[in-house]
Write a protein that binds this ligand. Structure first.
Ligand code: KIV
Length: 261
């Protein structure tokens, strides 16, 4: 059953929330089959799938395309569509773009930073909003942990409070000290979803390519549950060798013949 924003809100402090990113239909199908609570169609797609250096290169059209593909693979899962860089630059622009993502298949939208006016505007038009603070890659100068100094930590806390007050129903905390994430999680009434923010958050999000070990390097706070890049390389090499040695498709027809089909 698809979780609504109110269901996710009610999970705070009761049931840890699992969230994975997905960008394609077959991967979304697997994520839904596995029972993951929420899929984030994040603008990380630009870096992990499209080869861009930054999420700033991602456009509305990219996210719409991926939200549509993910929705077709995961019809019964709550999908968050990420508003790309500048798509939320003012309340009216954000509303137009949020509605585009909802029309493409998203249940809610996520945006980076304490953009209070934007969040209020979207929520007042019935769009469920997920906030995002700590490391916010669209505007960050580096991918370093945020909140190590007391002034930085206070800024992250203030942003978290403002995002909640503006009406967001959930908050992503990215790459901040674990103790700080714990304090924010204790204080807020909305669920916090951590990525590189420790285990005290109400849920966790991981970029699917990082979890799959698909790529060449991964953030230090991510976990590779497998190393799919190695499997893909092996399949491609085996295939090339079989084609060059004239084994494929001959061995395929032998196999089909042996199976009697
Ligand atoms: O775009 C994304 O995938 C994200 C996660 C890293 C939280 O924002």
């Amino acid at each position: 059953m698809k979780l609504l924003s109110s269901d996710l809100l009610a999970m705070k402090g009761a049931t840890p929330i699992s969230m994975l990113t997905a960008y394609t239909c077959p991967v979304a199908r697997c994520v839904e089959t596995a029972g993951v609570a929420v899929i984030l169609v994040g603008d990380t797609v630009g870096m992990v799938e499209m080869g861009f250096e930054s999420t700033r290169d991602v456009t509305m059209e990219h996210i719409e395309y991926h939200v549509g593909a993910v929705r077709r693979g995961a019809p019964n899962t709550h999908i968050i569509g990420d508003l790309p860089y500048q798509a939320d630059k003012d309340p009216d622009t954000a509303l137009v773009n949020a509605n585009r993502l909802i029309a493409a298949g998203a249940d809610s939208v996520k945006l980076e930073g304490a953009k209070v006016d934007v969040i209020r505007h979207l929520v007042s038009h019935g769009i469920p909003v997920v906030g995002h603070t700590g490391l916010t890659p669209q505007t960050a100068k580096s991918f370093k942990k945020v909140g190590n100094t007391s002034s930085e930590a206070e800024k992250v806390k203030q942003e978290a409070r403002k995002i909640q007050q503006a009406g967001a129903f959930m908050l992503v905390l990215e790459h901040i000290p674990h103790a700080l994430a714990g304090q924010i999680t204790q204080e807020l009434l909305i669920p916090t979803i951590g990525i590189g923010a420790g285990s005290e958050c109400d849920g966790q999000v991981l970029v699917i390519n990082d979890a799959l070990g698909l790529g060449v390097d991964w953030p230090p706070f991510s976990k590779q549950f497998v190393h799919i890049s190695e499997t893909i390389t092996k399949v491609a090499r085996d295939y090339r060798e079989e084609v060059e040695g004239k084994a494929f498709p001959r061995n395929l027809s032998q196999l089909i013949g042996a199976q009697g089909s």
